[in-house]
Design a protein around this ligand. Structure first.
Ligand code: TPP
Ligand code: MG
Length: 465
């Protein structure tokens, strides 16, 4: 790549013109000092020396260590208190009645689906499931404040993001049953949804890998936004837990997002636990929000039980993320993980039942919005009963249909990694066919589309080569 082309890209990335200053530095015309001059100098009697690593630091003769334990904790943004009352009535909720009702119905739908799928796993009909109890407001509220074109990266407890964006009950069920209609063709664990149409990348079990992916995608979007000013600008949005924020990937991602000034919202769901590890063992600082300042990223802590606060914070974060060509924003959404980590976990082995019961009673995103709806004469007990009954039926119907579908063809276990099967894989196919044919009582191949013929197709490919 030529030097002229590279420097043009760099100028475009910043969205700035470049001119030469008096001291010979090539400077971006309207950028702050740290952005436009690498070698810095200062006069002997200056109040501050412009060390390249800390440009705005004044000298002091007081020996005063920064003591995070003595500074006040970052405050938590709220619009509505736990009684469903709006705190600042002048600002209001910035949500129409219809929108509030939709959000509520989606949260209820999510919680009913969670309950039924959890039970289905206990009955042995599903292999695995993860509920979002206590965090429905974070996923549904934030997703409702984004553009459908924004590109989303989830961890695994953000089923509500998919639901809010239009992922259907059938799509959830097909993935959970790994049937032939599952987009992933049965290759992923349950709850590892993905949707190209909805611009949501497929979930990966490997914690935190989605965070640098989001930073990288946001960098690409930054350039796209600049090169195609006629199309609506887009951002990347990344969800992760406070436990995942202990991975190196989190730090690398936030740092590159800050230094490259990319349009990305990092949404941390701080639910108090990473499986059995409580936050008191996870970190010693002031949550995850305190790390934002360390990376030079605009940061806000939000009450995740308050869906109005979640929505407003996300809307404003999106505006900030697109301002001036792009910048990252970190939001720490506070919650309590009401359910077990997953169906493979029994959380009462490491936390008291009473702790969970207290939280259930004390505060919850669904009951809080319900109080607001009832106070505004938009909801009542009859509507609640009707909604729950209809939703339950819808979920069970989609569940039963998906359960009856065939599994994807067995050949999918071998395809999709290499363009052509390797010699070793072909031997595996032959061996598998031999075992399946010899032990028909052990392996019911008829539940897979095409039965054993799926493997014959692969072996036929072998003969051609
Ligand atoms: C790299 C990696 N290490 C460990 C795990 C095992 N693991 C799965 S979920 C989890 C806890 C994550 O907690 P958090 O990020 O707080 O999300 P939450 O489950 O609370 O929503 C761990 C340790 C993993 N999947 N990947
Ligand atoms: Mg957690």
């Amino acid at each position: 790549m030529s030097f002229r082309y590279t420097s043009r890209i760099l100028r475009l990335q910043r969205g700035l013109g470049v001119q030469t200053s008096r001291n010979g530095c090539r400077v971006a015309t309207n950028a702050p000092v740290w952005q436009h001059c690498r070698a810095v100098a200062s006069t002997a009697n200056a109040e501050k020396v412009l060390f390249p690593g800390a440009l705005n630091s004044e000298f002091t003769s007081t020996l005063d260590f920064l003591q995070p334990s003595q500074t006040q904790a970052i405050s938590t943004y709220r619009v509505m208190n736990q009684y469903g009352e709006i705190i600042d009535k002048d600002i209001g909720v910035e949500t129409t009645d219809e929108e509030a009702l939709d959000l509520y119905k989606n949260m209820v739908k999510l919680s009913i689906m969670d309950l039924l799928m959890f039970e289905a796993q206990r009955q042995g009909r599903l292999s695995f499931y993860m509920v979002s109890a206590g965090e429905e407001g974070i996923a549904i509220g934030s997703a409702s404040a984004l553009s459908p074109a924004d590109v989303i990266f989830c961890q695994y407890r953000e089923t509500g993001v998919y639901m809010q964006r239009g992922f259907t009950l059938s799509q959830f069920m097909n993935q959970l049953f790994a049937n032939a209609k599952d987009h992933g063709l049965g290759r992923n664990m349950p709850v590892h949804y993905g949707s190209k149409e909805l611009n949501i990348h497929t979930i990966s079990s490997t914690l935190a890998t989605q965070i640098p992916h989001a930073a990288g995608a946001a960098y690409a979007l930054k350039m796209q936004n600049m090169w195609s000013p006629e199309t609506e600008p887009r951002i990347a949005v990344c969800y992760f837990g406070e436990g995942a924020a202990s991975e190196g990937d989190f730090h690398a991602a936030l740092n590159i997002a800050a230094t490259r000034q990319v349009p990305c919202i990092f949404i941390c769901r701080n639910n108090g636990y990473a499986i059995s590890t409580p936050t008191s063992d996870q970190y010693r600082g002031d949550g995850i929000a305190s790390r934002g300042a360390g990376y030079g990223i605009a940061t806000l802590r939000v009450d995740g039980n308050d869906i109005f606060a979640v929505r407003r914070a996300t809307k404003e974060a999106r505006r900030l993320a697109l301002h001036d060509g792009g910048r990252p924003v970190l939001i720490e959404m506070m919650a309590y993980r009401v359910g077990h980590h997953s169906t493979s976990d029994d959380s009462f082995a490491y936390r008291q039942r009473v702790e969970v019961e207290d939280w259930k009673r004390r505060d919850n995103p669904i009951t809080r919005l319900r109080k607001w709806l009832e106070d505004n004469a938009l909801w009542d007990e009859d509507k609640e009963k009707a909604l729950r009954s209809v939703t339950r039926k819808e979920v069970l119907r989609a569940f039963e249909i998906a359960e009856k579908e065939k599994k994807p063809s067995i050949k999918n276990a071998f395809e999709g990694v290499w363009e052509e099967l390797t010699e070793e894989q072909k031997m595996h196919v032959e061996e598998l066919k031999d075992i399946l044919t010899r032990y028909p009582k052990e392996y019911d191949v008829e539940q897979y589309e095409g039965g054993i013929s799926g493997l014959d197709e692969l072996l036929a490919q072998k003969k051609q080569t």
